[in-house]
Design a protein around this ligand. Structure first.
Ligand SMILES: Nc1ncnc2c1ncn2[C@@H]1O[C@H](COP(=O)(O)OP(=O)(O)OP(=O)(O)O)[C@@H](O)[C@H]1O
Ligand SMILES: [Mg+2]
Length: 335
């Protein structure tokens, strides 16, 4: 088995009945940066926690560096490093103590811990502050320390759950640089994110995950080229524009016309969307249809997400928030 990570038919149902991961299979090549992209609640953290052995899968098989992790969990321990979504550093200890303890957890010799800790703290720009209590650190420093600690035992595979969540743009791009450096050193990286730019800029391959399922998996460029060429989105004054849409569907360069959940129409053009727009306006005139807004954009991973789910990642996150609020309100009303 020549893959760093192999996951077969993984399912995770929580004890409250939530099916967080529904039968997913994928593999990650050695030396690649592989990303799970999806909105809140898609099942990213559940997948990562199950793959690294923090949660027991309901069904499925997991191999890390060829080791069957369910049969041989102890052996699998040493090949993986993990930084969780909520940073797991102890803020009443110093940076050095945190990283040292992590080394002890892996039963490393003190001299080896010291050597690796110095290298990592320097690399992550924390060496000067190594003896300061972590409670005096900024969010970005804590995140860097957490990632550094995950690397103390020099794992082959690094798992990062939302490595840049809530960080400012500079800190985020610094973390991207570290991750690229690990890759250059031959490490395999599995990360989760709900930032489109992060998946696009950083990952060799991306799995788009929604409601516990993998909807698409490929290189970012290949995913975007599935969308075809340019995407024109439009809204109309009139509710019924079906005759107009029938007509524009006949234009050979137009590959697809669809109505989205929010009443916006999406029109996929093979190429040169900018030249198509005046034609669409002219035809709208002929049909007595009024275009109220128009936008042209090159395909992004969000368009890929939209293609598979009918909504954007942001919409998916806000509907989930609404759902959460409703559930909370209902619970309060019951009391
Ligand atoms: N311990 C748990 N017990 C029950 N349900 C859970 C538990 N943890 C997560 N869930 C549910 O499982 C689903 C997937 O959650 P998960 O945390 O894996 O999503 P995620 O993609 O990491 O989301 P986020 O972007 O918010 O981190 C959600 O519906 C969530 O409410
Ligand atoms: Mg998560």
């Amino acid at each position: 088995m020549n893959e760093a990570i192999v996951v077969e038919n993984l399912k995770k149902v929580y004890s409250n009945g939530v099916e967080a991961v529904r039968d997913i299979s994928f593999s990650v090549h050695y030396g690649e940066i592989f990303g799970f992209l999806g909105p809140n609640g898609a099942g990213k953290s559940t997948t990562i926690k199950t793959v690294i052995g923090l949660l027991k899968p309901t069904e499925g098989k997991i191999f890390l560096d060829g080791i069957d992790t369910l049969k041989d969990p102890y052996k699998a321990r040493l090949v993986k490093g993990y930084a969780s979504q909520e940073t797991a550093v102890d803020d009443r200890l110093t940076a050095y103590e945190n990283i040292y303890l992590q080394g002890k957890y892996f039963h490393m010799e003190s001299s080896e811990i010291e050597k690796n800790a110095e290298k990592l703290l320097k690399m992550f720009g924390l060496w000067e502050r190594r003896n300061a209590l972590v409670e005096t650190f900024s969010g970005g420093m804590m995140k860097r320390l957490d990632i550094a600690a995950a690397l103390i035992h020099q794992p082959k595979i690094l798992f990062l759950d939302e490595p840049t969540l809530g960080l400012d743009i500079q800190t985020r791009s610094a973390i991207w640089d570290y991750i690229r450096k690990f890759k250059e050193n031959g490490m395999t990286i599995f990360l989760t994110t709900h930032y489109l730019e992060e998946a696009d800029a950083l990952c060799d391959r991306v799995a788009i995950i929604d409601k516990g399922k993998i909807m698409a998996l490929d290189r970012p460029g290949a995913l975007k080229s599935q969308i075809g060429g340019d995407l024109i989105t439009m809204t109309f004054k009139e509710d019924d524009v079906s005759k107009y849409l029938e007509k524009i569907k006949e234009i050979p360069e137009i590959k697809e016309v669809a109505r989205m959940e929010n009443g916006v129409y999406s029109i996929v053009v093979e190429k040169n969307g900018d030249e198509m727009i005046p034609r669409l306006f002219k035809m709208a005139d002929e049909f007595g249809v009024h275009i109220t807004s128009v936008r042209l954009k090159r395909p992004t991973l969000d368009d890929v997400y939209m293609k598979y789910t009918g909504r954007t990642i942001r919409e998916a996150e806000s509907t989930r928030d609404e759902g959460r609020k409703m559930r909370m309100m209902k619970r309060r009303m019951k009391r």
